[in-house]
Design a protein around this ligand. Structure first.
Ligand code: SAM
Length: 395
């Protein structure tokens, strides 16, 4: 496949913050002068000034605007009515499908808070649909890095989610005692741990992310032979065009960037060991019945392989954790076609079971690929659920 022909297909994704407003309301106010288009392709080929939007069919309250559309100075953005968040980054909270009956939700790796505030919005929508929000359902957001925890707090406040989210700034999720009474009501856990960030747009793929020249339609991007420094400069240019929120996500990836001299395999080994620890730790919370695990990495080692290793762990087998199969996923994601894959060259950790079982797990894994007509970054998410009997026994 000739990837050099790929062009950047990256709209400005806007999540409407349903804690403060509604999609209908935003379409009548912030986007009053905009026209709806029925095809994402029209958004991707529109100029940044075109006033068009596309309502995403997979994630509720998410719209796409033309690439680089500048809403950074709009009052809706300043007030936290809208949040710039990649479509793929909206998958984990939506896949977790938290309901009032699930009780408290832990976000184990929370800053800058895109998924925390999305979780809070989903909780707020579901509780207001049924009965006025009772104070019994909260998001407990862990962030180990104190500086990043300050950013998380700002984002939570801007989104008006502070009555739902309790921030554990400077706390290591791995140091928590799952059996502590403070977590007795935790029914769901979202995990979005540090990763290689290889799925982030502008990362690794600068070679093939060629912007078509508006006049000639020909690629004007960097050539494959360009130096690493040049690539970094291009990434900086790219970042400078992004909203503060998206920059915050990129800041994470910069912190995690593989040093020039470090072997990628060693880096992936270290990251996946940490990711597996986080996931198996979450599996030990006695009342937890669902977990979502995500990365913005494209590497099998950080994704499917972590899922298989976790499913084979004692934490999973003793407590009845299984993959959330595709047919049980929430509507908008069940229909998502890109699924997990098995990398024969990488000695994946099989479950030692049938090929059908392996395929079921892979079908439960959701992938997003950057630089495609989907307009997302590279991303991975899978969810786990427990056998009812194991969960009810609360062990
Ligand atoms: N979920 C965030 C969002 O959507 O905005 C992005 C999370 S980022 C990929 C991972 C975060 O986890 C980083 O801020 C990192 O500092 C934090 N982190 C890493 N290890 C942690 C741990 N053991 N406990 C709590 N936070 C941790």
């Amino acid at each position: 496949q000739d990837t050099s022909r790929k062009i950047p297909l990256y709209p400005r994704w806007v999540r409407v913050n349903t804690i403060k407003t509604t999609l209908a309301n935003q379409l009548l106010t912030t986007f009053a002068e905009y026209e709806e288009v029925r095809d994402l392709g029209q958004i991707l080929s529109a100029s940044s000034r075109s006033k068009v939007y596309f309502i995403d069919p997979n994630i509720p309250n998410l719209i796409a605007l033309p690439p680089k559309a500048d809403l950074g100075r709009s009052s809706a953005y300043a007030q936290g009515d809208i949040i710039f968040q990649d479509k793929a980054s909206c998958f984990p909270a939506y896949l977790l499908d938290v309901k009032p009956v699930d009780g408290d939700v832990i976000d184990g790796c929370a800053a800058p808070g895109n998924k925390t505030t999305h979780l809070a919005a989903i909780i707020s929508e579901k509780t207001s649909q049924t009965h006025p929000r009772s104070l019994s359902q909260n998001v407990i957001a862990f962030e180990k890095d104190k500086i990043r925890a300050v950013i998380l707090e700002k984002m939570v406040n801007l989104a008006s989610a502070e009555h739902i989210v309790s921030i554990k700034g400077g706390y290591d999720f791995l140091a928590t005692n799952p059996d502590s009474p403070q977590f007795a009501n935790v029914g769901a856990i979202l995990l979005d741990p540090s990763c290689s960030g290889s799925g982030i747009v502008g990362r690794d793929d600068v070679i093939r992310m060629h912007l078509p020249d508006p006049q000639s339609g020909r690629s004007v991007g960097p050539k494959a032979s360009k130096s690493r420094k040049r690539k970094r400069d291009q990434k900086k240019d790219h970042d400078s065009q992004l909203s503060p929120t998206i920059k915050l996500e990129l800041d994470e990836s910069i912190a995690e960037e593989t040093p020039v001299n470090e072997d990628l395999n060693e880096r992936l080994e270290a990251l996946s060991t940490f990711q597996l620890r986080i996931l198996t730790h979450a599996m030990c919370f006695p009342k937890a019945q669902k977990i979502s695990y995500s990365t913005c990495s494209v590497h099998f080692e950080e994704n499917e392989n972590v899922v298989f290793r976790a499913l084979g762990s004692t934490a999973a087998t003793a407590r009845g954790w299984k993959i959330l199969k595709r047919e049980h996923q929430i509507d908008g994601l069940m229909s998502w076609k890109k699924r997990g894959f098995w990398d024969n060259g990488k000695l994946g950790n099989d479950l030692g079971t049938s090929l059908e079982e392996r395929q079921d797990v892979l079908n439960g894994c959701i992938r997003c690929e950057k630089g495609t007509e989907d307009g997302t970054m590279g991303f991975f998410v899978a969810a786990f659920v427990r056998d009812d009997a194991s969960a009810q026994n609360g062990f």
